[in-house]
Ligand binder design. Structure first.
Ligand code: KG4
Ligand code: ZN
Length: 341
């Protein structure tokens, strides 16, 4: 392949402030991560047992300039080197989103470079290409986070079909609520993941909600089943309950993802979103795919949880596909994934 050594890579600054992580990253040509800084507000929200929107917005405001500066320093570049700036403009918390969107627009205005508003869910989907630029659709992707749980068939890069989603709680929300009930702290996913390694996943047979019932999910009944079980069996070991709850979630998520892949003729299964950092889910999806002569592609945990590298990469992709976003476009807390058909 002949490469043009004089070509300057297109550097995109990505900004993510949709929930409780203040993140900034510099990504070259939508592929190469020069820097990715994530400042978590977990400590600020932990004593409330969940994200407090007002506290999140205020913290983003205090952190955004420092995090952006750190991303530039680590990438070894300056505002003047940027080709474009991208920010997550939804879905997410209104006040939190506005901080990132406003910061990105300020950079775009001052430097006369394009601004791109990025859909958070699309960014989770596109994160896979950062680790694996040759990923070939069709793909069956499970996005499981604190706010969403959905199976998306990626027909081509940028072309999505949602085949199933949660009818109530998101998978991450279920992890967080169960962890809180079990006294494991916040955020719950990593806490359950850790304690489950010491428990028996077969100790309690919790229900598999909506199993065999298409590709939609339901997790609120499962959470209630855990509460009822613990109330009836106060002597039960927390590690066993956590491992058994996690087993039910992993079972439902992985089985439905494989079935959707078969249905769509997708040879590759992909995970995204914070819950995709779960070790049990990662090994189960890997095993199921291998047994079915399919491939599992699992981005590293830091690319699964919220980060700005996925925003910068998706911003670069969308800039080339659709052009810049007008500066009078705001943030959309209820933004949905753009789908085909
Ligand atoms: O994608 P993400 O970082 O933020 C949202 O867009 O919501 O996902 C956060 C969610 C939280 O509910 C957190 O408990 C869950 O992902 N999570 C996990 C793990 N790491 C994060 N859930 C299960 N196991 C984990 N290791
Ligand atoms: Zn997310």
């Amino acid at each position: 392949m002949v490469t043009d050594a004089r070509r300057v890579p297109e550097l995109v600054l990505g900004i993510e402030t949709s929930c409780d992580e203040t993140a900034a990253a510099v990504v070259a040509d939508g592929r190469e991560i020069y820097s990715s800084i994530v400042s978590s507000q977990v400590d600020l929200h932990a004593r409330f047992g969940g994200v407090v929107p007002e506290i999140a917005s205020r913290a983003h405001l205090e952190l955004i300039n420092v995090v952006v500066a750190e991303a530039l320093v680590e990438a070894g570049c300056d505002f003047a080197d940027l080709h474009a700036v991208a920010a997550c403009h939804g879905p997410g918390l209104a006040g939190a989103l506005l901080v990132g969107v406003s910061a990105a627009k300020a950079v775009a205005l001052c430097r006369s470079i394009p601004y791109v508003g990025v859909n958070h869910l699309e960014a989770h989907l596109q994160a896979a290409w950062l680790d694996e630029p040759d990923l070939a659709p069709p793909l069956a992707v499970l996005i499981a986070s604190g706010g969403h749980t959905m199976i998306v068939i990626v027909e081509a890069r940028g072309s999505y079909r949602v085949v199933g989603q949660t009818v109530d709680d998101a998978a991450g929300e279920a992890f967080d609520k169960v962890a809180r009930f079990l006294g494991l702290g916040y955020p719950g996913g990593p806490a359950v993941d850790a304690v489950a390694t010491e428990g028996d996943p077969r100790a309690v047979r919790f229900p598999r909600p909506m199993a065999g019932d298409g590709y939609d999910f339901s997790f609120s009944g499962l959470k209630t089943a855990v509460v009822q079980y613990v109330r009836a069996h106060p002597e039960a070991a927390v590690a066993d309950v956590a491992a058994s709850f996690q087993e039910a979630v992993v079972d439902v998520l992985s089985t439905k993802l494989l079935a959707a892949a078969r249905d769509a003729g997708a040879r590759t299964l992909v995970l995204g979103g914070g819950v995709a950092a779960n070790r049990s889910l990662r090994s189960r999806v890997t095993d199921l795919a291998a047994a079915d002569d399919r491939r599992a592609y699992l981005p590293g945990p830091a690319l699964c949880t919220d980060n700005a590298a996925m925003i910068a990469a998706t911003g670069w992709y969308r800039l080339h596909a659709d052009g810049p976003t007008p500066l009078n476009d705001g943030a959309t807390p209820g933004l949905r994934l753009p789908v085909v058909g």
